[in-house]
Design a protein around this ligand. Structure first.
Ligand code: TSJ
Length: 638
């Protein structure tokens, strides 16, 4: 018996010695992360006890001597002897689990049913470990020192009605580069554990600095998701729970308005920062259930939806529990779950439960689908165009194009500002010189404006002229357009008074109608009316009369004393004339463009503007409401 015991001791010593030789194999590293790993190994055991429902309190102390204590109020580590001749406590602190967490190729498994995995590793890497157990009416004690090579006998100290386990250990300075524990790292871990196990209270005390924090969560993952996502959700919180093939799955999720995806996953309370089978199951389940919902609702996918579109703005926590003998991790740091059954268990949970939720919450489902469609659209456009998704989204490239073109207004009172969209560079130049710099901005349009009726959204966005307009207005476009962000209270189309000019007007109106309809609805859109004729008094050259259309000209009579100039374009006016006749709010003529009936117009504009140019003008005349505003100046009265 004595011999057998000694050989057992030798085996244990060799095991612990192996840990000291290659600590990285067991705790990943000997830096600050590895150092804290010692706490997590001990803490995990206490958390397991709470998870099993035998305790509800854990206290972690950072002691003055640099040691750490972890105490719980559970059943206490068993003290009776195992068939190997060792007590439960001894087993926990001396028997190395096969392979260790980071070294084995079979992956990390907790010892089936027996807690205490990793505690032996902590022992091996500590100068001392003191164990106190309160159990079955007594207080028990046992001490280990010098990397577990020395130990005192397990002794019954005294009678006690207390229950629980207290472990104090001090990391070996020979092993670790740095022995300073970090309060914040510990409280982050404590907070996370408290979210994972409802009603478990975890107190962290820094005895050196005399401070502490207490964590306790009543709502578990529901509290957790609120903690990790400070953005305002656009949906209620979805909380799902199910059990398939002996795997318990808990999921909480919601959407916010951002484009970031945030998924946290856990397996048996171990954070899997590299995801794994459970997270993959969650993602594929999300994709399936959303696509299926879209299909069943008869919604048309204008742009192909992919998983990543579905996860933009999604915040989720996936936590599963599997039998310990099925728990497997892989990857460089064992941060990825490889338990194969987890994938289908989580996928089934999310597809069944979320589908149910979507059907029960149609309004919110609609919001989610709308957001997903937008993401798909942006991604699609980025892929097709030369722009990256980021460029499409924040328009950085577009802003660069714009910066050379737009002559901005000085005033920051956007409501009062006017944006002139001017046909051609030369008129643009005159407008720039002639304008009221305070309130008037000039955007010359030199390129061709794309026909937004015929072109697809991609080409529209790639069109430089459209891009510059969108960015000058600065309020987004299409579904993302927000008129409250518009930098102008008036958007004034200023073209030559010829057929080309009319064409440009209609193309621009079509664009605003389709992609910024509020600009039209709210009465922000105008057409400037330049004069057609200039009548200069032959005898008093300073007396000039401008006439704005044929009718006026015909009715004018007595033309003999005038030199008559028929303007072919804005470019024939100098900056002063352009200001006086077309831009000056005191003297100009503007036509405000509004709508008779939105639905009717939308339908008509699409059918008519498509191909038949001749119908376009007639349509505009008929359907768009032209309202004369500002002054009509028929002659040059002062
Ligand atoms: F393992 C350890 F030392 F790291 C550690 C274990 C550290 C801390 C702070 C707590 C614990 C621990 C272990 N708390 N509670 C337990 N429970 C058991 O080990 C236990 C108790 C009773 C029975 C039983 O079947 O009666 C089984 C176990 C595993």
């Amino acid at each position: 018996m004595k011999n057998k015991y000694s050989s057992k001791s030798l085996e244990i010593l060799e095991g612990l010695q192996a840990v000291r030789k290659r600590p990285g194999m067991y705790i990943g590293s000997t830096d600050i992360i590895g150092l804290h790993h010692l706490i997590w190994e001990i803490l995990d055991n206490a958390v397991d006890e709470a998870l099993s429902g035998f305790s509800n309190s854990i206290i972690i102390s950072m002691n003055i001597d640099g040691s750490i204590s972890v105490e719980d109020n559970g059943r206490g580590i068993p003290v009776d002897k195992h068939k190997s001749g060792l007590s439960g406590i001894e087993l926990v602190f001396t028997k190395l689990h096969a392979g260790g967490k980071f070294g084995s190729d079979s992956g990390y498994k907790t010892a089936g049913g027996l807690h205490g995995v990793g505690a032996s590793v902590v022992n091996a890497l500590s100068t001392f470990v003191d164990v106190t157990v309160w159990r079955d009416g007594y207080e028990w004690q046992m001490n280990f020192s010098e990397g577990g090579s020395k130990r005192t006998k397990l002794t019954k100290v005294k009678k006690s009605i207390k229950r629980g386990t207290l472990i104090t250990f001090k990391p070996d300075i020979m092993i670790f580069k740095n022995n300073d524990f970090d309060f914040n790292m510990i409280i982050n871990k404590a907070r996370e554990s408290s979210f994972l196990i409802k009603e478990l209270e975890i107190k962290v005390i820094d005895k050196k600095l005399n401070k502490f924090e207490i964590f306790k969560s009543h709502n578990g993952l529901v509290d957790f998701i609120k903690f990790i996502d400070n953005k305002k959700p656009i949906t209620n919180l979805v909380s799902l729970k199910d059990n398939y093939s002996n795997i318990k799955t808990n999921i909480v999720l919601h959407y916010n308005n951002s484009d970031t995806e945030k998924i946290l996953s856990f397996a048996n309370n171990v954070k899997t920062i590299n995801g794994g089978t459970h997270e993959n199951g969650f993602k594929s389940g999300m994709t399936k259930v959303i696509k299926n919902y879209i299909k069943n609702q008869g919604i048309k996918e204008k742009y192909p939806i992919e998983g990543q579109d579905i996860r933009e703005g999604l915040t989720a926590i996936v936590s599963i529990y599997v039998n310990e003998d099925k728990l497997e991790f892989e990857g460089q740091n064992k941060h990825r779950l490889s338990t194969s059954e987890a994938r289908s268990a989580v996928e089934t949970t999310i597809t069944k439960q979320l589908n149910f939720w979507l059907l029960e919450n149609k309004n919110q489902a609609e919001k989610i689908i709308k957001k997903i469609s937008l993401s798909a659209k942006a991604r699609f456009m980025a892929k097709q165009s030369k722009l990256t998704l980021k460029e499409i989204k924040n328009n950085s490239k577009i802003k660069r194009i714009l910066s050379g073109k737009l002559s901005p207004a000085q005033s920051k009172n956007y409501k009062l500002n006017e944006l002139f969209l001017v046909e051609g560079d030369s008129a643009g130049g005159s407008a720039k010189l002639g304008r009221d710099r305070k309130y008037q901005a000039i955007l010359p349009l030199r390129g061709k404006i794309i026909n937004t009726e015929k072109a697809n959204i991609l080409d529209i966005l790639r069109n430089e002229e459209i891009n510059t307009i969108i960015n000058a207005i600065g309020a987004g476009f299409d579904n993302n357009f927000n008129i409250n962000k518009a930098k102008y209270g008036k958007i004034i189309i200023m073209t030559d008074a010829d057929t080309d000019g009319a064409h440009i007007q209609s193309l621009l109106m079509a664009f605003f109608f389709h992609y910024m309809v509020d600009i039209v609805k709210e009465g922000y859109l105008y057409i400037a009316i330049p004069p057609l004729f200039k009548l200069t008094n032959k005898y008093q050259k300073k007396k000039i009369i401008y006439l704005y259309d044929e009718d006026e000209y015909q009715k004018f009579g007595n033309l003999d004393k005038y030199e008559i100039q028929r303007y072919k374009g804005l470019g024939e006016m100098n900056d002063y004339q352009l200001w006086e006749t077309t831009m000056n709010p005191e003297t100009r003529t503007l036509i405000q463009i509004t709508l008779h009936d939105e639905f009717f117009s939308r339908k008509e504009i699409t059918t008519l503007m498509g191909n038949k140019a001749e119908l376009r003008k007639a349509w505009i005349q008929k359907n768009i409401k032209f309202t004369l505003v500002d002054n009509i100046i028929l002659n040059n009265k002062k």
